[in-house]
Design a protein around this ligand. Structure first.
Ligand SMILES: *[C@@H]1O[C@H](CO)[C@@H](O)[C@H](O)[C@H]1NC(C)=O
Ligand SMILES: *[C@@H]1O[C@H](CO)[C@@H](O)[C@H](O)[C@H]1NC(C)=O
Ligand SMILES: *[C@@H]1O[C@H](CO)[C@@H](O)[C@H](O)[C@H]1NC(C)=O
Ligand SMILES: *[C@@H]1O[C@H](CO)[C@@H](O)[C@H](O)[C@H]1NC(C)=O
Length: 391
């Protein structure tokens, strides 16, 4: 049948373990996974090849059902087989910083921490470029008429030359320590420029979706703007008391009002970030500030975060749509968190932390399989999403 064209599978059942990992070699034969080594390593080991666990959520309604790596629900038909109109006029916007490779300490080739995915080997800089590339690949398949805008430091020369991908330089401090802070500033500057161009020259406005670059968009997101016609900006939420909002996905409606309200909202977030959360600036400051701005609105009911259903609320003058992370920013829970599987209508998968290898492996899987949709790849992600990888 040629189902796994160009793929070699090696399944090893380990009946002695409660959590039964399956080793899945996607690369060359001479990189055969070493069973004994994998068994002896402790749980903190970061894997350099795909490792599959059980598929969570089997038997639950509205969760993806998998048989091995075969999806029993084919829910993610690709745009070639349906109308394209709803994906018109979306721009995905991401902030990306490249770090000068000559500044990465690397005395000995063997210590350079090169990783191999499929046939390609990547050093640290190449790794983040590969993630950005894969981010674009997914978007161009899932939302073919959209644009991608990369906001970056004028000092960095990004070697990205692809159709419908635009590089926009915005001055700022893109150092690792300040990146989350800079990201909000860059979003604000971007929206400001769009707004001014519209006022002065009646430039055309797109709907904008600001995302992290370690996400795979696996469905058309134009539907959000159609299904919920009244929001200015949209955020993703989860049932997490301390960090109910994730900053990895922010949608902004491409109307003058939407752009302006979203800009003012983000300026409030920036102010709170600066005044309250500067100590957390490296990682979580923006999410804490986002949550603070939302929760500080007097009539906001935080109980709404406990149910994974979209809702609309007015926050400090902006109409904000809250979308469940389960669908628009899906990531398997870390560590021992409860895991109920993958919703059938998942639209965005977020490869947080050390899952980034899985993002590249998933794209390779999807293209090698010559699949007509993403469903089987989603089974791969579902089964491998809790593995810690070497990225
Ligand atoms: C998904 O597939 C399973 C197994 O074939 C089936 O029982 C279930 O009804 C399907 N779910 C939906 C929503 O189609
Ligand atoms: C979509 O973009 C085109 C230009 O690329 C513009 O002419 C059209 O009006 C836009 N549509 C909407 C709904 O904004
Ligand atoms: C990278 O860093 C090296 C050494 O610090 C420097 O000579 C070089 O100009 C830098 N390149 C860029 C593009 O910043
Ligand atoms: C790896 O390289 C071989 C030979 O060049 C090619 O046949 C194969 O398709 C490649 N595999 C991937 C995943 O790119």
């Amino acid at each position: 049948m040629g189902i796994f064209r160009g793929w070699r599978l090696l399944f090893l059942s380990l009946p002695l373990l409660v959590f039964v990992p399956l080793l899945f070699s996607v690369s060359e034969l001479h990189r055969k996974p070493n069973l004994e080594q994998d068994l002896s390593k402790n749980h903190a080991k970061k894997f350099d090849h795909l490792v599959l666990g059980p598929a969570a959520g089997q038997g639950l309604p509205n969760r993806l059902q998998c048989q091995g790596l075969k999806a029993l629900n084919k829910t993610h038909s690709l745009p070639s087989s349906r109308m394209l109109s709803s994906s018109d006029n979306i721009s995905f916007v991401t902030v990306f910083a490249v770090y000068n490779s000559s500044q990465i300490a690397c005395r000995d080739d063997k210590l350079c921490n090169t990783v191999i995915v499929g046939n390609a080997s990547y050093n640290k800089v190449e790794r983040s470029m590969a993630i950005l590339d894969t981010f674009i690949n997914f978007i161009q398949v899932s939302v073919p008429k959209s644009n991608v805008v990369i906001l970056s430091d004028p000092a960095s020369e990004l070697p990205i030359h692809r159709n419908n991908v635009h590089l926009l330089h915005i001055h700022g401090d893109y150092s690792r320590e300040k990146l989350m802070l800079q990201r909000i500033k860059s979003y604000i500057a971007f929206l400001e420029t769009r707004y001014e161009e519209y006022i002065q020259r009646k430039n055309h406005l797109d709907n904008y979706i600001f995302t992290d670059s370690d996400v795979a968009v696996v469905d058309d997101l134009g539907d959000v703007f159609k299904k919920y016609p009244d929001f200015h900006l949209a955020l993703t939420f989860r049932n997490n008391k301390d960090q109910p909002l994730n900053s990895g996905f922010i949608a902004v409606r491409g109307t003058p009002d939407g752009i302006l309200k979203a800009k003012i909202f983000l300026q409030q977030v920036l102010e709170v970030y600066n005044s309250k959360y500067m100590k957390a600036s490296r990682m979580l400051g923006d999410q804490l500030a986002l949550a603070w701005v939302v929760k500080s609105h007097p009539s906001f009911d935080v109980k709404r975060f406990t149910r994974p259903e979209a809702f609309l609320d007015e926050i400090h003058g902006a109409s904000v749509l809250f979308l469940p992370c389960a669908v628009y920013n899906w990531t398997p829970p870390e560590g021992a968190g409860q895991f109920h599987g993958m919703p059938l209508d998942v639209k965005v998968v977020h490869f947080k932390g050390s899952r980034k290898r899985l993002m590249l492996e998933s794209w390779n899987f999807y293209t090698s399989y010559a699949a007509s949709d993403y469903s089987d790849m989603l089974c791969l992600i579902l089964r491998s999403g809790r593995t810690k990888y070497d990225f």
